[in-house]
Design a protein around this ligand. Structure first.
Ligand code: GLY
Length: 345
């Protein structure tokens, strides 16, 4: 059985995946939002009848050491053993912190992800990287550990707020840029304001398969998996700088504007395609709320990126759709130029 399941019958598929993971106890992690909106849809499943619920507060600001220790305590107080199973039901915060807790509790227990947001489906719940934010920095502490299964059930998207839908759509745009022109054009022509969920479901599967291809060939991000960081070095700096105001995908969308600008400048990405993509991003995500005086602080945040070596900021850029150039080292002046472009270009 593949470890990503596109589930139309969640009750059946969850029972099947749980039965594939040998376990003594089951713990089910939710946040305030998924407890209200998603848990009622699954709690009556027979496969979950003995599950112990663990709750954490919602939102990226809670992807921290307090949530992590809360989960470890709940597992420990609930007599979890190395043979227990943790199921995370939620968006990127829940699966990132839940997977980190599971991958470290008693040196690692099995875990299953059930993403409930678009960002969770196409990005956070797939790929094996997990972690928490720490010391004002994104994903500063975490592990690489693969979920036994990820169950992608797109009907959860029916109740997702528009800003959250856009957040996930930015990662889908990134995957399309890393793939081919047709995938990119499918994203730019899709009506995300009035989404057709059947079409979106097909696009989610395409998007996840693009990500899986990079993860499978380089699970620990030593080489080509760095492609998936396109727009993220700028994006994480925007996100950290916004102090929780900017959703991850919106920050990445602004980050991709900078990365596309540098791709056109330095690695030959076609200028017209760059402008088309940037127009699409500006139409849906606006522009980043930054001023020239903020550049030094943004640059300092970028210097903390895990992909850097020494004092060089290492970016992934593109020479074309799917033509990936990792380990690019633009100068500080070029990075400031890209910030100028994002702000007012
Ligand atoms: N969990 C997100 C990733 O591995 O990329």
């Amino acid at each position: 059985m593949r470890n990503i399941v596109y589930s139309t019958q969640l009750k059946h598929d969850l029972a099947l995946t749980i039965s594939e993971c040998e376990h003594d106890r089951i713990f089910l992690l939710v946040d305030e939002n998924t407890e209200t909106h998603c848990l009622p849809l699954i709690i009556s499943f027979f496969s979950l009848k003995e599950a112990t619920i663990i709750r954490i507060p919602a939102g990226e600001k809670n992807k921290n050491v307090n949530a992590l220790t809360h989960i470890w305590s709940a597992l420990s107080n609930g007599c979890a053993t190395r043979h227990s199973l943790l199921i995370s039901l939620g968006g990127g915060t829940v699966t990132d912190v839940g997977d980190f807790a599971a991958s470290t509790f008693k040196r690692g227990i099995n875990f299953i992800n059930i993403p409930t947001t678009l960002l969770g489906m196409v990005d956070a719940s797939v790929g094996g990287k997990n972690g928490i934010d720490f010391n004002g920095l994104k994903n500063e502490v975490g592990t690489f550990a693969q979920p036994r299964f990820t169950l992608i059930h797109t009907p959860f998207l029916q109740t997702l707020p528009y800003s959250e839908l856009l957040s996930g759509f930015a990662e889908m745009l990134k995957h399309a840029l890393l793939d081919k022109e047709q995938t990119w054009s499918d994203i730019l022509t899709f009506d995300i304001d009035k989404p057709d969920l059947t079409q979106l479901q097909r696009m989610v599967e395409t998007s996840v398969r693009i990500k899986e291809k990079f993860v499978d060939s380089d699970p620990h991000e030593k080489g080509i998996r760095k492609a998936l960081n396109f727009g993220h070095t700028f994006g994480h700096a925007f996100e950290a700088f916004s102090n929780g105001k900017l959703l991850h995908g919106h920050a990445v969308a602004h980050g991709m504007v900078c990365a596309l600008y540098l791709s056109a400048l330095k690695t030959g990405f076609p200028t017209e395609r760059m402008h088309q993509t940037v127009s699409f991003i500006r139409e849906h995500y606006g522009r980043p709320a930054i001023y020239c005086d903020d550049y030094e602080q943004l640059y300092a945040l970028m210097l903390h990126d895990k992909k850097n070596k020494g004092d060089n900021i290492m970016l992934t850029l593109l020479a074309g759709f799917g033509d990936i150039k990792t380990n690019q080292t633009p100068s500080k002046e070029e990075i400031f130029e890209a910030l100028d472009f994002a702000r007012e270009g």
